[in-house]
Design a protein. Structure first.
Length: 525
């Protein structure tokens, strides 16, 4: 008797034969790709091609960085929105046949658009229909499908328990698929480390189309997908995570300062204090240049009550001048909304909103291993006071220490652990009406990056893979299934330091033909 799997493989072999024997079929034809998918999966309800009236609207809704779109204008030959693993298996097999690359989109927040753009013929697998979340409150675990966004995960946890949480990012529209794949840093990382540190199982579809869990994929691949960046090893369809326990009450504050308040000295002091504070306390600095003026804010989450927070601050960082009036006690889920800049009293249902307004932007990241001097900070503030900047130019300083200091650099591919004082995210954003000035903005951020060379990590100059930056280097744009290892090593060392070599070893073993690839994917050796 023929099983469903055997029947699908028979159909696939038939379509391979037809394609290989017919000179009329083009490798870039959407219709032929759809025919292949239909033959394998007996369905085309989740496939959109340029011939569909909704194709352009669907494609444009995925784009969040319009700058990246202008640099990679080639459109996909098809967009798939699968609901089952078999549809993704079909996409892998048919993409091999037609020589197409695959881009997998979870939330679409890749800063360089690598989850929905390509310079070569490709298809997009949009995981929007794969976002179920199953929580076991007794075991304090959850299975999360890779298409879910952080807001949906936060909401699901809050609906089950007021004292369970998960350490991950602050932007609720980020997809868990990409976030976990790159490590996942957030406001509770000093207490609980990264999101990826709490992943205990996963399901992935390999380049051979096999569905693997932790046991069947092996510990090397399981290590690689928790911080090695998305798009290199397969399609992760779901993650099993262990939740963390938080008190019923946490405390937040947001204290703002201007340059008239000796901000450089205050930020300088923060560098010595923030990484050594109680691990329950996370104080992030935002430095924004707006209309020639620099605004600095100290935004914090404390996993505990206001009185304990004030005692810590009065002993360790009295220079900030924190008062009881600055502190607001709330539940953990309310703090999630607060950190995402929602107004007080907003319903947690807003976390279910997946819409995110795209814009033009460029982001860079750095890691600081020794405090920046006051002069260095003042020079940085001067750059942010320039009047020709776009509507948003800002820096984000995220402190390390705590649990991040305790975990080995090689524990996961994410290597930025002990010895890091803080991480910097630098962003410029501009509107469509301002695109005529895009070259000037890019020049500014490149000059800023050069200026910071003296003050940040060296050999290598580190970067966070979830703040993707193609300026660090790219694989060649080619249909060839081979990537130049030495080309990739430069940016690979910046993202992964000495873990890059192990990632290459894993890639060579699990995807030797380099099927899963993009401009900054891990190459086989």
């Amino acid at each position: 008797m023929n099983t469903p799997t055997r029947t699908m493989h028979t159909l696939l072999l038939s379509i391979i034969f037809l394609i290989s024997s017919s000179p009329k079929i083009s490798a870039n034809t959407s219709d032929d790709f759809v025919t292949c998918i239909q033959s394998y999966n007996n369905s085309d309800g989740s496939i959109y091609t340029p011939e569909n009236s909704s194709f352009s609207t669907l494609l444009q809704s995925m784009v969040q960085n319009f700058r990246a779109q202008t640099e990679a204008p080639l459109k996909p030959i098809a967009i798939l929105t699968p609901s089952h693993e078999t549809e993704m298996q079909a996409a892998i097999h048919c993409s091999k046949i037609f020589g197409l690359q695959i881009r997998v989109r979870s939330g679409g927040h890749d800063f360089e658009g690598l989850s929905y753009l390509s310079h070569v013929p490709f298809v997009i697998i949009n995981l929007v229909n794969l976002r179920s979340i199953s929580i076991d409150t007794e075991k304090k675990t959850a299975w999360v499908e890779a298409g879910a966004i952080l807001g949906e995960l936060y909401h699901a946890i809050a609906m089950k328990s007021p004292t369970l949480a998960f350490p991950t990012g602050t932007c609720p529209t980020i997809g868990v698929g990409g976030h976990f794949s790159g490590g996942g840093f957030g406001m509770m990382s000093r207490k609980f480390a990264l999101s990826a540190d709490h992943v205990i199982d996963a399901k992935i579809i390999s380049y051979e189309g096999q569905v693997l869990d932790r046991k069947s994929m092996g510990e090397d691949l399981f290590w690689a997908i928790r911080g090695g960046g998305g798009g290199s090893f397969g399609i992760v369809t779901s993650w099993k995570i262990e939740l963390v326990t938080v008190p019923e009450t946490v405390t937040v504050f947001n204290v703002s300062r201007t340059l008239d308040d000796d901000t450089a000295e205050l930020v300088h002091k923060w560098q010595y204090v923030a990484p050594k504070l109680d691990e329950n306390l996370f104080i992030r600095i935002f430095i924004d240049g707006i209309n020639g003026t620099v605004h600095t804010s100290f935004k914090s989450l404390f996993i505990g009550g206001a009185n304990d927070l004030l005692n810590i601050m009065q002993k360790s960082f009295p220079e900030l001048g924190l008062t009881k009036a600055d502190c607001v006690e709330m539940t953990w889920i309310e703090s999630v909304l607060y950190m995402a800049n929602y107004p007080r009293g907003e319903s947690i249902d807003v976390l279910l909103n997946r819409e995110y307004a795209g814009t033009y932007f460029k982001v860079k990241s750095d890691f600081v291993t020794h405090p920046i001097s006051v002069d260095g900070l003042e020079g940085l503030f001067e750059m942010l006071q320039e009047e020709d900047l776009p509507y948003y130019a800002g820096l984000q300083f995220s402190p390390y220490g705590g649990k991040m200091e305790e975990i080995s650099e090689s524990s996961l591919p994410f290597p930025h652990r002990a010895g890091i004082v803080f991480m910097i995210e630098t962003a410029l954003m501009w509107s469509e009406a301002d695109t005529v000035n895009a070259d000037r903005y890019m020049s500014w951020i490149n000059n800023y990056y050069k200026y910071m060379t003296t003050y940040v990590s060296k050999s290598p100059r580190r970067a966070y893979v979830n703040y993707r930056d193609l300026d660090l280097g790219v694989n060649k744009y080619t249909k060839s299934s081979t990537s130049n290892y030495m080309e990739a090593k430069k940016w690979g060392m910046q993202y992964f330091n000495n873990n890059f070599q192990r990632l290459v070893h894993v890639k060579s073993k699990v995807d030797p033909t380099n099927f899963f690839r993009h401009e900054q994917s891990i190459p086989p050796f």
